[in-house]
Design a protein around this ligand. Structure first.
Ligand SMILES: *[C@@H]1O[C@H](CO)[C@@H](O)[C@H](O)[C@H]1NC(C)=O
Ligand SMILES: *[C@@H]1O[C@H](CO)[C@@H](O)[C@H](O)[C@H]1NC(C)=O
Ligand SMILES: *[C@@H]1O[C@H](CO)[C@@H](O)[C@H](O)[C@H]1NC(C)=O
Ligand SMILES: *[C@@H]1O[C@H](CO)[C@@H](O)[C@H](O)[C@H]1NC(C)=O
Length: 612
């Protein structure tokens, strides 16, 4: 199938008796103003350009006859491991070759390139090569939307309703981030005033933003996603072209020296491949402020923590560090919702499901540095039925300070007992799991619900500890599918319903019941499962209750974005003016070596007396 434009060009060229198709096209004509080249698959001759940079597998050239359309990139990658050998940066060359669209996965956007170059001629040498400064010599990068195919929301449902590679939309680089970076494909650019927004990945690729206009910047200079703003202005800096290596120690808030490199779609993202390794200019603090919240030692003000402790078992090397976080940063809350507590044998797949040794080890580590005593409660699941690392049997658990709170009429359920709300309200099983047989929880963690008596309180309060299914199978924000695939979102919708319905049953019996639901929801507050959860449960998001600025709403760092996967929701009785809530950024601010868990913990202060 042949695109229309070159077909007409061919006719016109033939009728006019001019040179045959695709002779001496400009680079802008080869790229066109869409994602895919109108000449893909065709041979081109005498393409002229200035050599901008050389890499191990090719060179990047920029047109010497640019147009004035910002949608058409003036540069292109020439793929060949040998073409660069006899060329120097600054040469103006002409060459022939084949226009190709390349991607290594069907989930990725294509890269336009010229392959199998022949007839390479150097027309002149030692020309000046000037990079385009992003936001100065280019349009400013769009700060909110990624693609015209996202219908305004990269997390909207349904997702994957279109692929960029199939629709091939006209680029609107002033409006859409992916269009912006695509319109610079192959260009040599400089990011000035660059700031790191998250830890490098295992290849040392590092997300940054420049000194151009950005939105969502948090107080630590990371970039936080929010409803309909997932930060396309950030760009990932990949492997340096000169073979040097990016630092492994970068972290949110570090500044780096100006970065110059070529824009390249590769590994499913728009990258800048820098000429040389990025250099740290200033290093941000990794010491996050500790929680300011203090328990009143009674129902008048209990502190409630939440922490995904990332696959913790009794022998985990990070267990003492988590204990130190709980003591020094969370200030030993009266109750702590934990997720990812592994069984006593960790990820050894030996049939063990009990996690009492893990919880004792944590309590003992806390005691040894604080003299604070914690008790714990959990409901072990059935071996390998709750997801996570095989044999690890991760589960939620509560640890609590018995001098302040205790289980209300304890009556632990088994793995298969479905908890019920009895009149009172009180729980049939305390603690117990919510609908463990529901298909919502196949190979996933059942919510753990418990009722508690706080010192001085007349009625119990309720806690629901969740760890919903993770986003496995998601496609990236830079991927071909639009809106991107939000992996397993249908499952989280079911989980929102089942969890929410149980909480609604408590509030149906007593609208003034004190309920706290917290944990790793594996979903963002503004995405449908969380809206459904809030609507069905009748709980309010504590971030809204205490009005945390939207830029500070994060507990996790992923790709470019600081984001909130962990949340705390409370019933109306706990949403009063004296309620407090803080995220403690002990992990998102850390560099790779200092990261203890992949999630930040949070702490709340609530009055659970029930006497307002
Ligand atoms: C190739 O392009 C250069 C620069 O655009 C031009 O001077 C030259 O005449 C062209 N040669 C051919 C064979 O088309
Ligand atoms: C988008 O492409 C992927 C990968 O080829 C495919 O699985 C998916 O069905 C496509 N989506 C649409 C809407 O065509
Ligand atoms: C440790 O706590 C116990 C009560 O739990 C108290 O009796 C004892 O004095 C404390 N010791 C220190 C050193 O604070
Ligand atoms: C929740 O689940 C119930 C029962 O499966 C279903 O009838 C209801 O439509 C669901 N509600 C929402 C909002 O998904």
């Amino acid at each position: 199938m042949r695109p229309t434009l070159p077909h007409l060009f061919w006719l016109a060229a033939t009728i006019a008796g001019l040179q045959p198709l695709a002779a001496a096209l400009t680079i802008a004509e080869i790229n066109g103003n869409r994602y895919l080249s109108p000449y893909s698959g065709q041979s081109v001759t005498n393409v002229t350009g200035l050599v901008l940079a050389k890499g191990p597998n090719g060179i990047w050239i920029r047109s010497t006859t640019p147009d004035d359309d910002p949608a058409t990139s003036e540069a292109i990658y020439v793929y060949s491991s040998s073409v660069g050998a006899s060329l120097a940066v600054g040469d103006i060359i002409s060459l022939s070759g084949k226009v190709s669209e390349y991607r290594s996965s069907a989930a990725y956007i294509y890269l336009a390139e010229i392959t199998s170059p022949t007839g390479v001629k150097v027309l002149s040498s030692s020309n000046t090569v000037t990079p385009l400064v992003i936001g100065k010599d280019t349009l400013p990068p769009p700060t909110e939307q990624y693609s015209s195919l996202d219908n305004g929301d990269v997390y909207g449902l349904p997702n994957n309703v279109a692929n960029i590679s199939a629709v091939n939309p006209v680029l609107k680089p002033a409006e859409y981030g992916l269009d912006f970076w695509e319109s610079l494909s192959g260009e040599l650019v400089t990011v000035r005033g660059a700031q790191v927004v998250g830890r490098p990945n295992s290849y040392r690729d590092t997300w940054v933003v420049g000194d151009y206009v950005t939105t969502g910047r948090n107080s630590h200079k990371g970039i936080t996603m929010s409803d309909k703003d997932s930060n396309p202005e950030a760009i990932i800096i990949g492997a340096p072209l000169d073979g040097t290596k990016n630092p492994t120690t970068s972290k949110m808030g570090d500044t780096v020296e100006d970065i110059t490199g070529v824009v390249q779609q590769t590994f499913g993202f728009y990258y800048i491949l820098p000429l040389t390794a990025i250099k740290t200019a200033t290093s941000a603090s990794s010491v996050a402020p500790a929680s300011t919240l203090e328990s009143k030692g009674s129902c008048k003000g209990i502190t409630v923590g939440d922490y995904n402790v990332e696959n913790m078992n009794p022998k985990s090397s990070h267990l003492p560090k988590v204990a130190a976080h709980i003591v020094n940063y969370l200030k030993t809350p009266d109750i702590l919702f934990l997720q990812e507590v592994q069984d006593n044998s960790g990820a050894t797949d030996d049939g063990t499901v009990d996690a009492s040794e893990t919880l004792k080890a944590l309590a003992s580590a806390i005691k040894s540095i604080s003299n604070v005593t914690y008790d714990f409660t959990e409901v072990p699941g059935i071996d390998n039925e709750d997801g996570g690392a095989p044999g690890g049997n991760i589960r939620q658990a509560f640890i609590y300070r018995p001098e302040v709170i205790s289980l209300y009429k304890p009556n632990p359920g088994s793995a298969t007992d479905a908890n019920e709300v009895l009149s009172g309200p009180e729980l049939k099983f305390n603690p117990g799991r919510i609908e463990p047989a529901s298909p919502a929880w196949t190979a996933s963690r059942k919510p753990l619900v418990a009722a508690w008596k706080a010192k001085g309180a007349k009625k119990p309060f309720f806690t629901v500890n969740v760890h919903w299914s993770s986003k496995g199978g998601s496609t990236s924000l830079h991927g071909d599918a639009r809106p991107p695939v939000n992996g397993v979102v249908d499952r989280r919708m079911l989980q929102a319903n089942v969890t929410g319905s149980f909480i609604a049953a408590i509030l149906a019996k007593d609208p003034s019941a004190r309920v706290i639901a917290a944990g790793d929801f594996n979903e963002f507050a503004f995405v449908q499962p969380m809206k459904t959860f809030s609507a069905i449960s009748g709980l309010r998001d504590l971030e809204d209750v205490v009005n945390i600025p939207k830029e500070e709403r994060y507990t996790y760092s992923y790709d470019m974005n600081a984001q909130r996967l962990d949340g705390m929701y409370v019933s109306p009785a706990l949403a009063g003016a004296k309620t407090r809530y803080e995220h403690v950024h002990v992990n998102t601010w850390a560099n790779a070596a200092g990261e203890v868990s992949d999630h930040d913990p949070s702490v709340a202060l609530v009055n659970v007396c029930g006497c307002a």
